[in-house]
Design a protein around this ligand. Structure first.
Ligand SMILES: Nc1ncnc2c1ncn2[C@@H]1O[C@H](C[S@+](CC[C@H]([NH3+])C(=O)[O-])CC(=O)[O-])[C@@H](O)[C@H]1O
Ligand SMILES: O=C(O)C(=O)Cc1ccccc1
Length: 247
């Protein structure tokens, strides 16, 4: 994994461009996501543990918006079910290129890993195969809000009995005080991880047009509308949460 520290927003920018998953972000992404998302390492590792409980023999496990494949690597560390394979999808060419390198590295260090295919493509255009596990780890928040229900509906249709969708997202809160408190605590988390006030402010304006979080209630209602039968939150750290949705 690249150990390059994230200083992308350290210098004052005359105009802060919209956040994009380009080569500059790829270079610092492991550091950026760990220092920005409270609970990220716990979520990723336990996503593998959860997936092992839902994986069905001879099925596909999807990692949608895989970035550098951290979830795919966790799936391959934990899932031992016969005949499973992982399909990782991301529409950033820069992410996909580096993701393939990291997965080759994992292949060369461990034996008997699940086979994996990395697809450069839009998850909105994907033809889903019968799947037992679908991970959307901090990806749905980057999908246009009016496309989210249809995507979740297609995922629901592809899920096999006994399978699950695992959905991790940044949350907003309908209660203004709760929203302000958890936003302030998230900023304190970033500060404690070495980000300056300038970095925090510039990153916020870079992501505000491209990343649109929903509330837990909106997620629950949308998942039920998409045909899921049960929504179970299994993790929350400040304003970041992860849910299990059952078909
Ligand atoms: N329509 C789309 N189709 C495919 N990929 C997309 C699309 N839109 C965005 N992406 C991709 O979704 C990923 C979101 S990051 C996921 C972290 C990862 N899951 C992790 O567990 O490390 C979350 C974050 O950075 O906060 C990026 O790589 C985008 O290119
Ligand atoms: O940095 C933030 O405030 C976030 O909400 C999370 C994030 C992490 C990595 C890329 C984009 C957003």
């Amino acid at each position: 994994m690249s150990k390059e520290p994230d200083r992308l927003f350290a210098q004052p920018l005359a105009q802060v461009p919209d956040f994009a998953f380009n080569e500059d972000v790829v270079r610092v992404f492991p550091d950026m996501i760990k220092r920005s998302v409270p609970g990220y390492p716990t979520i990723v590792e336990n996503l593998g543990v959860l997936a092992a409980q839902f994986a069905q023999p001879n099925s596909v496990l999807y990692d949608l918006g895989a970035s550098l494949g951290a979830v795919t690597q966790a799936l391959r560390r934990h899932v031992r079910t016969d005949g499973c394979r992982v399909i990782a999808v991301d529409n950033s060419a820069a992410m996909v290129e580096r993701c393939r390198e990291y997965l080759n590295g994992q292949d060369s260090m461990f034996q008997e890993l699940l086979p994996v295919e990395v697809i450069e493509g839009d998850i909105l255009a994907l033809q889903f195969q019968p799947a037992s596990v679908v991970a959307l780890n901090f990806t749905l928040q980057f999908i246009a809000p009016d496309q989210r229900t249809a995507l979740l509906g297609r995922i629901r249709q592809s899920l096999l009995p006994g399978g699950a969708l695992i959905l991790s997202e940044k949350l907003r809160f309908n209660d203004a005080k709760e929203h302000a408190l958890l936003t302030d605590l998230h900023i304190a988390f970033k500060r404690a991880n070495g980000y300056s006030e300038l970095e925090i402010a510039q990153k916020r304006s870079a992501i505000e047009n491209v990343m649109k979080p929903d509330s837990l209630e909106e997620h629950r209602e949308r998942l039920l509308a998409a045909g899921f039968s049960k929504v179970v939150p299994w993790f929350q750290c400040l304003n970041f949460a992860s849910l299990i949705a059952l078909p």
